[in-house]
Write a protein that binds this ligand. Sequence first.
Ligand code: HEC
Ligand code: HEC
Length: 333
Amino acid sequence: MPRPLLAALAFVVPVFLLLAADPPKPPAVPKDTLPATLPLDALPLGLGARAVPTDNPLTEKRVALGRKLFFDPILSADNTIACATCHRPELGFAGEGAKARGIGGKEGHRRAPTLLNRGLGSAFFWDGRAKSLEEQALEPIENPVEMGSTVADALAKLKANADYSKLFADAFSDGVTPGNLAKALAAFERALVRGDSPVDRFRIKGDVAGMTPAEKRGFWIYESKGACWKCHSGANFSDDDFHNTGVSWGGTDLGRFAVTKKEGDRGRFKTPTLRGVALRPPYMHDGSLETLDAVVDFYNRGGGKNPHLDPHMKPLDLDDADRKALVAFLKSL
Ligand code: HEC
Ligand code: HEC
């Protein structure tokens, strides 16, 4: 073959292969590996109270229905994506990777947060645009980069399915409706609880021996010069409020500002719980920090400098042992 032709082929073939490569795929739907019964009444040690709306009591039937729906790709347009695709049990019900990947492998602009203890929360999404789990639950179905469907389509599929028609009729007096779909998903999410960590046993039962020396030192830093407790406060290690810590300041995601349009809300995001935090790297709304060590280094630097930085964010002056201890404490939650 003449040389120019060979050279041209050498160029064309890889480009062709590149174009023919499959588009990125969403991760597979994980299996439901949760225990057969979930805690509906008593919460694990340390969690305090969980508010359950009076019009959506936590019944076994609703939780079981929500659980089936959560792991079922039926809610997505092409039956490939379930809630569990992005909120994976093995990752503390958070997503894989820095950005969520939904229908057709499309990438969203934020990381899928943990759903653990969301029943204790009062603001949903990183920017708090939903006020209840019920209000949140139908949004992913219609999000074009998540499940890419419509609630009407999802309901039609559920109505045509004999199993679901029966389960809805058993759990609700009026069967398959948008409100009941949201209620069942929310009921299941309220049963995803995590507590009873060494620090709960220490605080509530006085079990001092259950914490390692490093974890104790880390707890002390969290409560003192680390100032972590100022935002990661209360039983769920979150004030459910919005703060500017300077994560990815200057990027396109304006956080709480998009909801309120208040200048001071630029770059504010909801404080996530710290419970189960070791299960779900990478961290922050954009997955920009890969490890807990990187998170602690970020806080030690005083966060990301910007004009709206929260006043609680200051350089911490933690030494090596302090940083290791704080990471050990975080891992114990
Ligand atoms: C393609 C991935 C994807 C799918 C599928 C998905 N989610 Fe999410 N979920 C996310 C992302 C990303 C966020 C954060 C979005 C934001 O803050 O704007 C989120 C946020 C949430 C939150 C708010 C949590 C909090 O701490 O504020 C809840 C609750 C939730 N999802 C439940 C569900 C339910 C129920 C389903 C199924 C009906 C579902 N998700 C399907 C990616 C996904
Ligand atoms: C001013 C309030 C504030 C203080 C102080 C604070 N945090 Fe945070 N924390 C937040 C907010 C808000 C986020 C989410 C930021 C984002 O995603 O942009 C966050 C995120 C995190 C995350 C990531 C969790 C996840 O699921 O992605 C960890 C871990 C964390 N903080 C640990 C700490 C530790 C340890 C300290 C103390 C050294 C601390 N925080 C101090 C408000 C605070």
